[in-house]
Design a protein around this ligand. Structure first.
Ligand code: ADP
Ligand code: MG
Length: 664
């Protein structure tokens, strides 16, 4: 019997001074521990006994830094724990404390080996070292062949030994066992007590909570609690005969931990990887749920990307128009305003106007677009076709492909050459399978050389009709028919102010027609209107995108809150073995970001598929998905993950370890 516990004059390992613990507040406040004074020396083996509800577990949680006293101070090796923040307490647990719980508290998703390794992950021990040590501990505890088994594949006694190995992983200088034999059969219980004795003999300080006096008798000192007060403190039946024999192989010595300066260099990365693995596993266990959550993000990101693509498409369409007109050009259209219903019927804008414009000193060149129907004749065939008199840029500007031969260039336009590019339908009608290039056709009365065949574009003339293109100059100088002007594009001479030229042109045509039956359009004003409407479109896009992302984000936040609730117990276990708040937070943050990133990726792929449907630059709904917008869409997805994952992750990180542990 050992009944004397001389208190060392120096610092005790554990020192409680008037420690109280009250649950709740106000009328419902329940004080479970009352002014506990307690000292436990290094290397002692102490049993805390008492009836159920006497406050044993509450005291144990305080000793284990899983819970904090409501009043009084707790010093561990001289360090006042109330001066430590949650991460400081986590560090004490990680480096000095080891827990053995009645219900083992193993992580069921992990193998025995991974369970044992967990505290070392958070301590920053390098993977090779922690594997060796975990295997060594498991072998020493007779579980070498069970390392890869899940807890559910192990007996209670085996699970409890896994939890002892985990408690010893980082050293386990102080082992706290709350009803460690409570769930074990008597034989396993005895074996566990022998193991604890052995560890005691090797220098571990051991504190056992039990309601079983037989178990308590193993200790050198028995502290009895009743209604939250220490009612007795005496020696147990412990004798040196209970000490393990010297033949039993000793457990491995303490590993180096971060306090000993032996953290491996990439420890932080290692912890991040652990958080990543956990996040992956969580997302993988709930595939359907993850997918449904992602759906919001997928739709959000796809719509963001599509709208950005549409914005880019309309911008390019506008830029094309501007390129068509040039930067110092003015256009004239028949009709009082753009889109005048009677524009087609107004024929007052004439080739004579074009010639008058050409004579103006501030005009560099005038390019009309003229049309008329003429009869085409080749050998014995005669058909009616629409003749388009155009400039050399026409094919490029309107995206009309040349499928054989070539288009006319600026020099052919300048020389008013009698050449023509016929469309495919005309070619088939007049020449059948023969190549028309180099042949001559009679357009009206003018013999023209065919130099090319054009394909069609979306905005080409009506399906049934035939058409051909000629330099407008050839039409003007060589044809006699009544040609209508679709438009006149005037390029200004260098250095002429566009406003003055516009006024001059308007005055000239008005004088010639006697009325303002035309519309002028300068690329300047066009640019202004286009950019202004593009800007408001951009704001519209942004707000729709923002709303869809927020809706997606709320879905993610919702599911992450569920995930935190589901995993509260796991969080408790991880905190007990020393996980920092940041470790827990990262685990959930990464899960949220992962969900969003994958959702974003699928959304981008979806957007690419949609945009491909609208990739014709000449359609009215042209979309362009640039690498830039893909990047923006994906970055927004990640951003949503961070923003909406942060709150649930913080919630998880702020859980109290003691409270998290009791939740199932
Ligand atoms: P023991 O482990 O000795 O059986 P506990 O320390 O678990 O006792 O509980 C002591 C008392 O504190 C019990 O009356 C219990 O109902 C109460 N208690 C324990 N935990 C909480 C809690 N989180 N909130 C409120 N009351 C609690
Ligand atoms: Mg208890």
């Amino acid at each position: 019997m050992n009944t004397s516990h001389p208190l060392n004059p120096g610092t005790a390992l554990i020192e409680l001074e008037r420690v109280s613990r009250t649950y709740g507040s106000g009328d419902t406040a329940l004080t479970v521990l009352h002014d506990i004074d307690l000292r436990i020396e290094r290397g002692d083996m102490v049993a805390i006994v008492g009836a159920s509800g006497s406050g044993k577990s509450t005291l144990m949680n305080i000793l284990g830094c899983l819970d904090t006293p409501s009043a009084g101070t707790y010093r561990m090796a001289g360090i006042a724990t109330d001066t430590l923040d949650p991460d400081g307490l986590a560090r004490l647990r990680r480096e000095h404390l080891g827990f053995v719980f009645q219900r083992y508290q193993l992580l069921n998703d992990l193998s025995a080996l991974a369970n044992v390794e967990t505290p070392a992950v958070y301590a920053g021990i390098d993977p090779a070292r922690r594997y060796r040590r975990a295997m060594h501990l498991l072998e020493r505890l007779g579980l070498g062949d069970r390392a890869s088994h899940r807890p559910t594949e192990l007996s209670g006694g085996q699970q409890q030994r896994v939890s002892v190995a985990r408690a010893l992983m980082n050293g386990g200088q102080i082992l706290l066992a709350d009803e460690p034999t409570g769930a074990l059969d008597s034989q396993s219980g005895k074996a566990l007590m022998t193991l604890l004795h052995e560890l005691h003999a090797q220098g571990h300080t051991i504190i056992i909570v039990t309601h079983d006096m037989e178990v308590a008798q193993h200790a050198r000192r028995i502290i009895e609690l009743r209604d939250g007060r220490v009612v007795s403190d005496r020696g147990g039946d412990w004798t040196s005969a209970d000490a393990p024999t010297a033949t039993s192989p000793s457990l491995p010595s303490l590993p180096a931990t971060e306090s000993q300066g032996l953290r491996h260099p990439s420890a932080a990365l290692d912890r991040l990887l652990e958080a990543f693995r956990l996040a992956m596993r969580s997302a993988a266990t709930h595939r359907l749920r993850s997918f449904l959550t992602m759906l919001g993000i997928i739709v959000g990101i796809a719509s963001v990307a599509c709208m950005v693509a549409r914005g880019e498409g309309s911008r390019q369409t506008i830029m094309n128009h501007i390129r068509q007109f040039g930067t110092d050009t003015i256009s004239l259209f028949p009709g009082r305003m753009a889109g005048d219903l009677h524009a087609g019927a107004i024929h007052t804008l004439s080739l004579a106007d074009v010639r008058a414009l050409q004579a103006q000193p501030y005009v560099d060149s005038v390019t009309p677009e003229v049309t008329n129907n003429e009869t085409l004749r080749v050998a014995d065939k005669a058909v009616t076709a629409t003749v388009h008199g155009t400039g050399a840029d026409y094919f490029r500007v309107h995206g009309i492909p040349i499928i054989a031969g070539r288009a006319f260039d600026a020099s052919l336009v300048e020389s008013a050459s009698p050449v023509t590019v016929i469309d495919q339908k005309t070619q088939q009608t007049l020449f059948g399978a023969d190549s028309p290039i180099g042949k001559v056709i009679l357009v009206g009365n003018l013999p023209c050389h065919v130099i090319g065949v054009s394909g069609t574009n979306a905005m080409a003339f009506s399906p049934g009709s035939l058409g051909l293109y000629m330099p407008y100059s050839s039409v003007m100088s060589r044809m006699t028919g009544a040609y209508n002007l679709q438009s006149v594009t005037i390029r200004l001479a260098d250095g002429v102010p566009s406003n003055a030229a516009l006024a001059g042109i308007s005055a000239l045509i008005k004088r010639r027609h006697g009325t303002a039956d035309f519309t002028t359009f300068s690329s300047d004003t066009f640019l202004k209107i286009a950019t202004a409407s593009n800007e408001s479109f951009r704001i519209f896009i942004s707000s729709i995108a923002l709303i869809s992302l927020i809706v997606g984000g709320i879905g993610v936040m919702n599911i992450m809150l569920v995930s935190v609730t589901e995993r509260t117990h796991e969080i408790g276990i991880r905190m007990a073995v020393g996980a920092r708040r940041s470790d827990i937070r990262n685990q959930f943050l990464i899960e949220a970001i992962w969900l969003c990133a994958i959702g974003g990726l699928i959304g981008v792929v979806l957007a690419i598929a949609i945009v491909r449907l609208f990739s014709n630059p000449h359609s009215h709904f042209y979309m362009v998905l640039s690498m830039n917008s893909i990047g923006v869409a994906f970055a927004s997805a990640v951003w949503v993950g961070v923003v909406f994952g942060y709150f649930p992750a913080r919630q998880a990180a702020r859980l109290s370890p003691a409270e998290a542990l009791i939740r199932e």
